[in-house]
Design a protein around this ligand. Structure first.
Ligand SMILES: *Cc1c(COP(=O)(O)O)cnc(C)c1O
Ligand SMILES: [Zn+2]
Length: 391
């Protein structure tokens, strides 16, 4: 298989960067970037779309859209997660075409493995032995897991208050854990400081362009698993906005290759107190979330790294953004578990809570023909303390 990466392109000024270099942000647009604000000059991987289209005709394969040649991929399988209907849940909320994409069934139990897979592959390609990341917990446990499969050293900066199971996961895979007395945003900065002074690769979400690109693979899988049809809506939990932008990127790339002719509408779901992207989408003006405090730790972000790209993705897809309360998340968590057999962590349970609100608002018609995908991003066992009502 060929690798069809053409170059990286700045999402703000369009400046191009050669494909094999070590790039994070555009040097021009990131001049005014400081930790504590959404990233500026985020790079997007661009491909030889006509060549991909040709190869896709012979064999449709998400790997055709990979920014790193699959020969460098770690041996541990990532992705190809199940896509299935949940009839009892469908019936309860009146949507016959409700599908679940269960990315909790990745090696470390979260969607983050998709980005880790490609970043670790890039480290192998570049001969770099150490990879650093900031994380609310899942990006770190994911990097620790995937890096272990190829013997690379993961260095983690995570809030000390992260769920205990995630902190254990990080350490059990042999990563170096630096607990940050502070928030995820503080950890993000600590990881930037670390990579500026060490010979390593930085996997901070959004900052490393391969994180967005790596996260698009689920979108490509959904397209194939949905019978090569673009679903009407995909419901996505949103913290930094990288998963959402990655899913949008998948369908944008399919569109650019002429494989599809439309985009799915994206419903961005945020915890009510961690709503910077929702507010930005509503008002057109960026502002930090005031004080994130939610049981959905994976989407608890004050300053979303990919705020600009995420809001643009919601707009381009003719999508919507919505807030859900912790109580709504906890109710949805039990519904998913008891009607679909899917034990999702709070962030992922937020998708069902958001979908129900969107139906109530009339944003999504509860009609027989509407195909809706709930993106389940993390396993419930990662944070059992967040579950309501059981000891
Ligand atoms: C990271 C994460 C999210 C949010 O993804 P962003 O790219 O930060 O928006 C949602 N769910 C889970 C389980 C996660 O780990
Ligand atoms: Zn630029």
């Amino acid at each position: 298989m060929n690798n069809f990466l053409s170059h990286f392109r700045c999402t703000q000024c369009g400046k191009e960067f050669e494909p094999l270099g070590l790039h994070y942000l555009c040097d021009i647009c990131s001049k005014d970037y400081k930790p504590g604000m959404p990233l500026l000059g985020v790079l997007e991987a661009m491909f030889d779309y006509p060549a991909i289209a040709k190869a896709w005709m012979e064999l449709p394969d998400p790997l055709l859209f990979s920014a790193v040649h699959p020969q460098f991929y770690p041996p541990i399988p990532v992705g190809n997660t199940p896509y299935f209907k949940a009839p009892r849940l469908s019936e309860k909320i009146g949507l016959p075409q409700l599908w679940i994409k269960n990315d909790a069934l990745n090696p470390s139990g979260s969607y983050k493995d998709r980005a880790s897979q490609v970043v670790v592959a890039d480290a192998t390609q570049k001969g770099i032995a150490e990879i650093v990341a900031a994380s609310t917990g899942n990006a770190a446990s994911s990097l620790a897991c995937i890096a272990a499969s190829v013997g690379k050293q993961a260095v983690i900066f995570a809030p000390a208050a992260a769920p205990p199971a995630k902190l254990i996961q990080i350490q059990v895979h042999g990563a170096k854990l630096n607990k940050v007395q502070g928030t995820y945003d503080d950890a993000f900065k600590a990881a930037l400081d670390y990579s500026a002074t060490h010979n390593c690769l930085n996997r901070n979400t959004g900052y490393n362009p391969l994180t967005v690109d790596g996260k698009k693979s689920a979108g490509l899988e959904i397209y194939l698993q949905n019978g090569q049809q673009v679903p009407d809506w995909i419901v996505i939990p949103v913290g930094d906005g990288v998963i959402l932008s990655g899913i949008h990127k998948a369908f944008t790339d399919l569109l650019r290759a002429g494989i599809t002719d439309k985009l799915p509408r994206l419903l961005a779901v945020q915890a009510a107190s961690s709503d910077a992207i929702t507010s930005y989408w509503e008002t057109g003006k960026y502002q930090d979330a005031r004080q994130p405090a939610t049981i959905a730790d994976s989407i608890s972000v004050k300053t979303p790294a990919l705020a600009h790209w995420a809001v643009q993705s919601i707009k381009e897809s003719n999508g919507k953004a919505i807030r859900v309360s912790d109580a709504e998340i906890q109710d949805a968590q039990l519904e998913l578990a008891q009607l679909a057999g899917v034990f999702a962590e709070p962030s992922s349970s937020a998708t069902l809570a958001g979908l129900k609100l969107a139906i109530a608002k009339g944003w999504i018609p509860a009609s027989a023909g509407t195909t809706i995908v709930l993106l389940i991003t993390g396993h419930g066992l990662k944070d059992t303390a967040a579950v309501k009502g059981f000891a």
